[in-house]
Design a protein around this ligand. Structure first.
Ligand code: GLN
Length: 236
């Protein structure tokens, strides 16, 4: 078994490259039957409306939903998080098809448009800290969503204080959401719910492999060290 990476659009190559650096084989998934040959799935960042249209075109929705419901590990980053959410709000969400399964409401483009993309140091969550390394990680937010509320089975791994983001004061949409969130100060940017992991940022665009290592630990076959592990001597 190998790790599948949904390769319809977005940063799938970057995820496959990180998996390779960790000595794990990642394969591109574009057709429903390819999901039968992977132990787990990463849904990359990109543009969730486009991804949904392509998934529809390739008749992937039933197989993706079944994969999630079977309890196979699935990690959505950014657009992938939106794709996994039960509900999406914010810009251009009308009629947008989602895989669902992750009991949360996600707000698309929460932090603003492309120009308001940002990077920030976030404390590494306890679970990921088990991988070792520095106490924080570089979180890259590109037209990123934020999670506004979560169901009872969802574990919040990381949130972000809105005051920490330079761009927020110039973004009226964020100010509005800030007022309407319960804490008034933070939004959720990483969660886990059983077999599902979701991050609003892009670990695959940094040199920090700890989020990928953490996800791989959710994949029993890999944890047990089976033939998924490829020779690291070929990795760059
Ligand atoms: N804003 C994008 C969307 O709504 C997500 C951006 C990303 O994946 N970096 O789909």
């Amino acid at each position: 078994m190998v790790v599948g990476v949904l390769a319809l659009q977005g940063s799938f190559n970057e995820h496959i490259a990180v998996l390779k650096r960790l000595g794990v084989k990642g394969v591109e998934v574009r057709k429903p039957e390819q999901l039968l040959n992977v132990s787990s799935l990463i849904i990359p960042g990109g543009e969730s409306t486009t991804m949904a249209k392509l998934a529809e075109l390739h008749n992937l929705f039933p197989a993706l939903r079944e994969f999630v419901q079977m309890g196979k590990p699935v990690w959505g980053t950014c657009a992938g998080l939106i794709f996994l959410a039960n509900k999406a709000t914010g810009q251009k969400t009308g009629g947008q098809k989602l895989i669902g399964g992750l009991d949360c409401t996600v707000h698309r483009n929460f932090f603003g448009s492309q120009i308001q993309s940002f990077e920030t140091e976030l404390p590494i969550p306890q679970v990921v800290a088990e991988e070792g390394g520095p106490p924080s990680f570089r979180a890259v937010f590109i037209r990123a969503p934020a999670i506004l509320d979560v169901g009872p089975d969802v574990e919040v791994l990381a949130d972000i204080p809105l005051s920490a983001i330079e761009t927020i004061n110039s973004n009226p949409a964020i100010q509005k959401e800030e007022d309407s969130t319960e804490s008034g100060k933070k939004v959720i940017v990483a969660v886990k719910q059983g077999n599902l992991l979701a991050t609003a940022f892009h670990p695959e665009l940094t040199a920090d492999t700890r989020w990928h290592s953490y996800f791989l630990k959710m994949v029993p076959e890999i944890e047990e060290g089976t033939s998924d592990i490829v020779s690291t001597s070929t990795s760059n």
